[in-house]
Design a protein. Structure first.
Length: 447
């Protein structure tokens, strides 16, 4: 198997909208830059700074928090119990007869001796089975809850930072205004003394005049993030200040829709449009389309028969049996390269501790069949495959940019427009505006 280049790995990860946090992170980073810039220029400096703290801070915790805590859990708790964190507990699912049919199959067909030993120990010992289930569920709950708590702390920090800075800003303005007023009073008093006048020159300073003058799912990493995002949304809405709750909800709706619900349909739509436009099938994984041996694989005798045989199988047990019996066959090699069949670091040995999705295997085989048919009809198969790779890359990047533009440009601009309509043309965050007004009145009263 050929090693994947950094570019191929990156684009491949960007294409995994259903089970990777990489596309979400890419969209989030681009949109955060745009959101911060727009609020800074179109609303206020305070609004822009709040967005920078919350959006980038949330991204660091959101993207890095769960993986980091899970890794720590693996290195400590799993190690303490001498358990292998790479084992997927979905392999413990029993069939209708109450047997671990999948696990038994994996034990019989595993080539890697270390994995075989791990699987045998799990299969034979009910207590070990229970341990693995408890460890995974505890890891999931711990990582998710601690990350969510960190995000709540970030929002509180953001708001308190704005409040302190606003307080200092208003205080300095008040001190300057008082100094000016005192100077005027002294000049008037000096003039009155020279003119033997009874005018004391006292000037009252009221908050109103200053206000007018001074006037923001457990196994799938992405689904795991969606659970966290639901908590983030709830937390943000709960901690939202008066006047900004609608904006927070509107922004969260955009982000959740573009990252969790629309990313895959948009990718499929782009692939259909681009594929039909250029008469080139691009539904296969980018890493398969980038493989240097792809043309050679497609010209192997018997590939079409292998695809038809695999796609005709009726249940997951039959699919698994086919894959393991034909590990050195052309089709299974292509399935390994595409990632449908998980492998160890050597990219050849099947990873039996992972969960093998048989539905994904058959869907990938259908995509390979589509590419094979197009290749057989083409006058220049190599040119077709090169075009398929490039167009797939274009569709992946376009999907990221569409999502980032919707979240980072359309969403904040729409929010600011609605903000102006609700607040008599004011573009500043109403919560920040209320805070400013209250502080002006507070310091004016003290003065």
């Amino acid at each position: 198997m050929s090693n994947l280049s950094i570019t191929t790995r990156f684009i491949q990860q960007l294409s995994k909208n259903g089970d990777s946090v990489i596309p979400a992170a890419a969209k989030d980073t681009l949109s955060n830059c745009a959101i911060t810039y727009i609020y800074d220029k179109k609303a206020s400096k305070e609004d822009g700074k709040e967005r920078a703290i919350e959006e980038f801070g949330t991204e660091i915790i959101w993207i890095g928090g769960i993986p980091a805590l899970k890794k720590l859990f693996d290195k400590t708790v799993y190690k303490f119990f001498k358990a292998d964190p790479k084992f997927d507990i979905r392999n413990l699912k029993k069939n209708s007869n109450g047997n671990f049919e999948r696990l038994e199959f994996l034990v019989k067909n595993t080539k890697d001796l270390a994995q075989k030993q791990t699987l045998e120990n799990i299969l034979k010992n009910e207590n070990i089975q229970k341990l693995y289930k408890k460890l995974y569920l505890t890891k999931f709950a711990t990582a998710t809850s601690l990350t969510l708590a960190s995000l709540a702390g970030l929002i509180v920090y953001k708001q308190s930072t704005t409040q302190k800075e606003m307080e200092q800003k208003i205080k300095k303005k008040m001190e300057l205004a008082n100094a000016v007023n005192q100077g005027i009073a002294n000049n008037q008093a000096f003039g009155a003394f020279n003119n033997n006048s009874d005018n004391s020159g006292n000037v009252s300073f009221k908050g109103g005049s200053l206000a007018q003058t001074i006037s923001n799912f457990m196994y799938n990493p992405l689904r795991n993030m969606s659970i966290l995002d639901g908590g983030i949304t709830t937390t943000r809405l709960a901690l939202a200040r008066k006047g900004e709750r609608f904006e927070v909800g509107f922004k969260e709706l955009f982000q959740i829709a573009l990252i969790y619900f629309l990313a895959e349909p948009i990718q499929k739509g782009l692939e259909n449009i681009i594929g039909k436009g250029f008469k080139t099938p691009i539904h296969n994984e980018y890493q398969l389309l980038s493989d240097k041996n792809l043309n050679e694989f497609l010209t192997k005798d018997g590939l079409k028969n292998s695809i038809d045989e695999l796609c005709a199988l009726k249940n997951s047990e039959e699919v698994l049996d086919y894959v393991f019996k034909n590990q050195d066959g052309t089709l299974v090699k292509m399935l390994k390269i595409s990632g449908a069949v998980p492998t160890l670091k050597d990219k050849n040995t099947i990873n039996t501790l992972a969960f093998i999705d048989t539905e994904a295997i058959q869907n990938t085989a259908k995509n390979i069949d589509e590419l094979l048919c197009a290749s057989l009809k083409s006058n220049d198969p190599k040119k077709l495959l090169s075009r398929a790779k490039n167009l797939k890359g274009v569709s992946v990047i376009a999907n990221i940019l569409i999502g980032a533009a919707a979240i980072g440009i359309i969403q904040p601009m729409a929010n600011i427009i609605m903000r102006k309509k609700r607040n008599n043309g004011e573009s500043i965050n109403p919560a920040i505006k209320n805070m400013e007004t209250q502080m002006e009145q507070k310091f004016a009263f003290k003065g």
